[in-house]
Design a protein around this ligand. Structure first.
Ligand SMILES: Cc1cc2nc3c(=O)[nH]c(=O)nc-3n(C[C@H](O)[C@H](O)[C@H](O)COP(=O)(O)OP(=O)(O)OC[C@H]3O[C@@H](n4cnc5c(N)ncnc54)[C@H](O)[C@@H]3O)c2cc1C
Length: 381
């Protein structure tokens, strides 16, 4: 990999801490978490104690007050080490960011220190059984009743859904108004009428819990409304670049890991009395991937720097997510091929990385929706 110019000395020190922690506390247990379909809460507490959660949260709310690049480093290291359990992106990059940017002061004081410590786990709750891409069609409602809102509806595919205590929930406060009638609420674990459905079984990302959620007359205090009523859609648009950047970071880091693992494997394995790495096909495939990875890191770094400066636009993040996740899909497929039948066996990391990669083109907005967003920006140029 070419030398990168994004991070300073303090960032690199933090990276070493993150890597050491993940190698010691996540890598040895990852298979077991995948068997269980969930990561235990005590891992979150350990991650919190080591400073891996919400590194961007200011000291006033119990965090270290780092810049965006600290968040990026956690995602890079998780991708490079193949950690797809415990969804830290949803917790730190998304849920905590909504609380910090739009939460009322008492709620920030109460919840953010717990999120930094890993005592409260975050989730983003948008998707419903009948609507995913078309967010303005959500049916969950929130009706004001005195100093509370009463929420009713059902959600699905929610990452951290079983473990979460701080759930950033999308609901309609003015159903006649489409996107202008959407608000965001913090639903908290334990609120009466809030129920978790089953843990969903899925193709990959098996170590993280994904769940259905139900809201039956859940009374949410008005102070848990994020920002202003009916402005939720605008807040979602503001936060989506950070969510998509996190997905892109994982895409590039995981592709790098697949490339490195494939070099190691094809060096060892022999066929027709030569190393698999010596076949021209292998050398050319890996050469292509190496060139694409160099472009991917450069593109990613440009976007990390832009986002740290508050300059990453919605369509920029959409283009990055589209290109890096499509690349990840191709890289996983080509690398798995070079492992032959072993690549298809669950005990080989490449098989799980192949499965993990598939969702990246779907969640956080599908590749088709990314193209829509990019296309709209073209029309405005
Ligand atoms: C493992 C996992 C974790 C997830 N985590 C979360 C989470 O934490 N929180 C959350 O809220 N959601 C989460 N999701 C949901 C995810 O964001 C949605 O699945 C995704 O946005 C797509 O929505 P959908 O599944 O309803 O597909 P649909 O919207 O029904 O789309 C089906 C197909 O139609 C295409 N399509 C739709 N509209 C258009 C269009 N305008 N033009 C062209 N093609 C179109 C789509 O691209 C797709 O190919 C998760 C999903 C999974 C599987």
């Amino acid at each position: 990999m070419l030398k990168r110019n994004v991070y300073g000395e303090d960032h690199e020190l933090y990276r070493s801490t993150v890597r050491r922690f993940l190698e010691k506390e996540a890598v040895p247990y990852h298979d077991a978490w995948e068997e269980d379909g969930i990561t235990p809460k005590d891992f979150w507490l350990k991650a919190g104690a080591q400073g891996l959660l919400c590194p961007q949260i200011p000291e006033a709310y119990g965090g270290p007050g780092g810049d965006y690049k600290y968040l990026a480093i956690v995602n890079e290291e998780a991708g490079l080490l193949g950690i797809s359990a415990a969804n830290f992106q949803v917790h730190s990059d998304i849920a905590a960011a909504y609380v910090l940017h739009f939460g009322t002061e008492p709620v920030k004081q109460r919840l953010l220190p717990k999120m930094v410590a890993g005592e409260a786990i975050g989730a983003i709750v948008m998707t419903e059984p009948n609507t995913g891409s078309d967010l303005q069609a959500v049916r969950t409602t929130a009706v004001r009743d005195g100093d509370h809102y009463v929420l009713n509806g059902a959600k699905t595919f929610i990452s951290n859904g079983i473990n979460a205590d701080v759930l950033i929930t999308v609901a309609k406060t003015d159903p006649a108004q489409g996107s202008r009638g959407i608000s965001l609420f913090i639903v908290e674990g334990g609120m009466a009428g809030f129920e978790r459905g089953k843990r969903l079984k899925k193709l990959g990302m098996k170590g993280q819990d994904t769940a259905e959620l139900f809201f039956n007359d859940v009374r949410v205090p008005a102070e848990n409304l994020l920002g202003e009523e009916n402005k939720g859609f605008a807040y979602l648009m503001e936060e989506l670049p950070q969510e998509r950047l996190a997905i892109a970071i994982i895409a590039v880091a995981a592709s790098q890991r697949a490339f490195d693992l494939t070099i190691a494997y094809t060096r060892e394995r022999k066929a027709f009395k030569q190393r698999i790495l010596d076949f021209q096909n292998t050398r050319f495939k890996l050469a292509e991937i190496k060139a694409e990875l160099a472009a991917a890191w450069a593109y990613l770094d440009q976007c990390i720097v832009a986002h740290a400066a508050g300059e990453l636009e919605v369509h920029d993040a959409a283009a990055l997510k589209l290109w890096t996740t499509e690349l990840q899909g191709r890289v996983m497929d080509e690398c798995l091929q070079l492992f032959g039948g072993y690549g298809y066996m669950s005990e080989y990391p490449i098989s799980r990385m192949y499965a993990d990669a598939r969702i990246q083109r779907i969640y956080g907005g599908t590749s088709e929706i990314m193209k829509e967003i990019i296309a709209r920006s073209i029309d405005k140029q």
